[in-house]
Write a protein that binds this ligand. Sequence first.
Ligand code: NCD
Length: 308
Amino acid sequence: MLKGKSVLEPMDLTMEEMQDLFETADDIIANPEKYAHAADGKIMGTLFYEPSTRTRLSFASAMLRLGGQVMGFSDASSSSVSKGESIADTIRTVGCFADVIVMRHPKEGAPRVAAEHSFVPVINAGDGGHQHPSQTFTDLMTIREYKGRLDNLTIGLCGDLMFGRTVHSLIKALTRFKNIKLKLISPEELVVPEYIRNSIMKKSGIDFEEVRHMEDVLPELDVLYMTRVQKERFFNEEDYVRLRDSFILDEAKMKLAKDDMIVMHPLPRVNEIAVEVDDDPRAHYFDQVRLGMYVRMALITKVLGLEA
Ligand code: NCD
């Protein structure tokens, strides 16, 4: 039972709970009217200490479509945080007003600290370079929708594998599925962190290969997951500028890929996918945004224990 629980990383849901989440999202897509009042009288607090467009608005839209209300801040400088308030105190306060809290924070582990002090469930909407569970559920839902399965897949993860929390979160969740082959495509400087390589990938026994050139693995891929180089996590502008255009997916590269490969991206994109790829039927990053809202609707119903 997810009711009343915080969701800080994808493994906070059991395999069964994840499956149930996707099935609930399917049901919401098929019967939105059934859920239109599921969250009547409930309030979501959105505490965003870091910029966001999709995640914050997706959660807000999800709550509104369930009949609930949303309040919060999208810029910590307009909150008491700017006066020096601790996360623990902010969360205890917001817990008096809201039934569920969605939090994004630049510090890794901040949502966990929040959850420890919270009276209501906390959903991690991204903490530093660490985890981003609702994006992972979105990603899995998209793969399930457009590939029809979550097992037996060769998945390329490309770009900033060092700082990209969506990648870290997705890798963790993918260790649960059968016969997944990961192709990790990044420049030397942006390879996955040691703990992901050793404590997650090697420990789980998932098949993975680290490569430097997208072209070497493109023809094998069922899914290509592109990511943005995470400018805000770099220590200097020079390194960012040198690395940001390491991989650019364009129509010429798409010719090397299978006819039924799908292209995903958590967005926002900068340069890493040329806009010409948007018209390719294999491009699914905007479908991913749409599915993300339904997955979040499902997640809210589970965490709040709502009946349709
Ligand atoms: C991602 C994030 O914030 O981690 N965006 C998102 O939530 N959809 C990816 C990114 O910012 O590059």
